[in-house]
Write a protein that binds this ligand. Sequence first.
Ligand SMILES: NC(=O)N[C@@H](CC(=O)O)C(=O)O
Ligand SMILES: [Zn+2]
Ligand SMILES: [Zn+2]
Length: 427
Amino acid sequence: MNTLIIRGVRPYGEGDPVDVLVRDGVIAEIGSPESGDAEVIDGDGAVLLPGFVDLHTHLREPGREDTETIETGSRAAALGGYTAVFAMANTDPVADNAVVVEHVARRGREVGLVDVHPVGAVTVGLKGEKLAELGTMAKTGVRVFSDDGHCVHDPLIMRRALEYSKALDVVVAQHAEEPRLTVGAQAHEGEQASRLGLQGWPAAAEEAIVARDCLLAKQVDARLHVCHVSTAGTADVLKWAKARGTKVSAEVTPHHLLLTDERLETYDPVNKVNPPLRTSTDVEALRQALADGTIDCVATDHAPHAVQDKDCEWSAARPGMLGLQTALSIVVETMVETGLLDWRGVARVMSERPAAIAGLPDQGRPIEVGEPANLVLVDPGARWTVRGAELASIAANTPFEGMELPGRVVATLLRGRVTATGGRIPA
Ligand SMILES: NC(=O)N[C@@H](CC(=O)O)C(=O)O
Ligand SMILES: [Zn+2]
Ligand SMILES: [Zn+2]
């Protein structure tokens, strides 16, 4: 029998510190259990939360193992407090068939640091032309389908995908970007883009697709998930759609909760991302929408890129930024320290809601006796300085380089096994 005791932690940051006994991967006792010969983790008053679940991670394997592998991405995830991640399908080859998704799942299990759930592509080769074999992939256990990186822009194909997803009891996650409105787009369409001479990416290109997809999802009574919401207008559309009973959920990234297009001043492509960084009005609306549940959860859109794809002129650089190891701290900075969320709220947006959206039965569970010990310990008082080179990812493209951020992951447990502690992966 494998037992472990976490001493002096505060579940959801509430009440006096308690000890938590974990036996065989399950929470066995909460209070002041006998430790016996159990392995001890000193909680030191840390906040205890359910392990985080990321609905939107790019692990780059297969195809771009020079920037991230399932192993290095899993390490970053564990260090960031995650116990489950969804690996996006825009790999090379694309995860649009059972062979690729099964490879990703198997490799994730071999590494064993975080539950790696492959996302299946909606269309063959992410081309938006022909539906992929959703049923075959669903049979292997795929729960989420997405062409992320590309929008499923053809309304008929999107409608068919939603119909199939309903029959298969899976969810389609849409990268909402009307392609005709974003030809050559480089930055949020607005004053800053004009000043810098960058082609604009209008808010309406996102909002129009979200509105359309909400209408389609309502019509066919399917679930829809909206990736990386970036505008105040999208939050309005979601509020309207939810009020009329649409089964829609949505995520926001940490970077869209903190950064604005003012960062583009330097033309440093580390700030280039899709959808682009928007305005402070959008940032404020996204924070409010996350706090009031209009936006369900935080997802990282962790997007590693090689130096040569980032340290180049703006228009040639690839969009995307790292996120797994900084997500919690950005949420603490933007949502907890501003009083918009308490720790229960953090558990909701980083663990419970994403687990429910993806239909994971053993993640995002309450911290109670008999529940699986997928847990994260957070030191709310700690501050640390982000250094891309020190992150576990192979790539180092963090926009938070040099920033001092609040909140640190002290330890992560996956089914009672320590997958990260003190900023390290146990040997
Ligand atoms: N977010 C990004 O800017 N890039 C993502 C694709 C995506 O999420 O659309 C990537 O794969 O690099
Ligand atoms: Zn995307
Ligand atoms: Zn993405």
